[in-house]
Design a protein. Structure first.
Length: 288
């Protein structure tokens, strides 16, 4: 920590970025116990290690964009004409308020998004669809979530590039894989393996051509790589190495009513993600 590569690091994203944030906190806590708890720039949680004036924070956001529940009422003819009675309004060009100030505050930011975009239990295409808005108006004709995802990525990348403080380094982490077997999380899926997957098993799990339960990771990455090309964002690639670790999830020990085959045990693979982050930071600093 005496040679720390940053003064303030922000993790912006869903609960898998929180997983990574907690991993880094636990690692730093082994070095210094002088910690102040606070929530900088709208963060969900954050800590400053006082002896080193080093801050890390987690900004919770599921979609990166602002979204909220909507219900069509008698005066909302525009929504009713689209066939929607209820769902979720997603403003593709408005950043979630939980992180909108983060680019001005942190000198290192690690973004992620993806899991919630492929979450039919939350955003059911019929019962509770995503209804995309742009410039305050619904996009007509309505677009599918994959197209909405692309629009959000494009707009949020533009926002970050405009708002980032000088000299800041911006990462986008690739998708964290899930390892459900026998069904999805709400269909009795489990993850009871005690050893990492073999290479051929990884392809059975994740090849998009198989259209399996865990296909989300590589689908999300396809969109991410297209959106990030030429932007100057650094890509933190953690997907493939994590695909092997079907044995590294909390499973029945996750404190949920179902097996948790999405988040990761600590210590565990998220420690490796942070090792890769520090290695990339070192390489960037050397080049600069």
């Amino acid at each position: 920590m005496n040679e720390c590569l940053f003064d303030s690091a922000g993790f912006v994203g869903d609960s898998l970025n929180r997983n990574m944030f907690v991993s880094l906190f636990c690692t730093l806590k082994q070095v210094s116990n002088e910690v102040k708890k606070w929530r900088p720039a709208g963060a969900d949680r954050g800590f400053t290690f006082l002896a080193y004036n080093l801050t890390i924070a987690y900004h919770r956001t599921n979609l990166l964009a602002q979204y909220g529940r909507l219900s069509a009422n008698a005066n909302d003819d525009q929504l009713k004409s689209l066939g929607y009675k209820e769902g979720y309004r997603v403003d593709v060009d408005v950043p979630d308020g939980t992180w909108a100030k983060a680019p001005r505050f942190h000198d290192i930011i690690i973004f992620n998004t993806g899991h919630w975009w492929w979450a039919p239990a939350k955003f059911h295409p019929v019962k509770s669809p995503m209804v995309f808005f742009e410039k305050g108006l619904p996009i007509i004709p309505p677009i599918h979530p994959e197209a909405g995802f692309d629009k959000v990525l494009s707009n949020m990348i533009r926002f970050v590039k405009e708002k980032t403080r000088p000299g800041a380094i911006i990462f986008f982490r690739t998708q964290s894989p899930r390892h459900f077997e026998g069904g999805d999380w709400d269909q009795g899926g489990t993850c009871q393996r005690l050893k990492p997957l073999l290479p051929f098993e990884v392809e059975d799990f994740f090849d998009v051509r198989n259209n399996g339960t865990n296909v989300e990771a590589r689908l999300v990455n396809h969109h991410l790589y297209q959106a990030l090309e030429g932007t100057g964002f650094h890509i933190l690639e953690i997907t493939h190495l994590s695909e092997f670790r079907a044995d590294a999830h909390p499973s029945t020990a996750g404190g949920k009513k179902h097996d948790d085959c999405m988040h990761w045990c600590l210590p565990g693979i998220t420690d490796t993600w942070n090792d890769l982050l520090i290695m990339q930071l070192n390489n960037i600093k050397v080049r600069d």
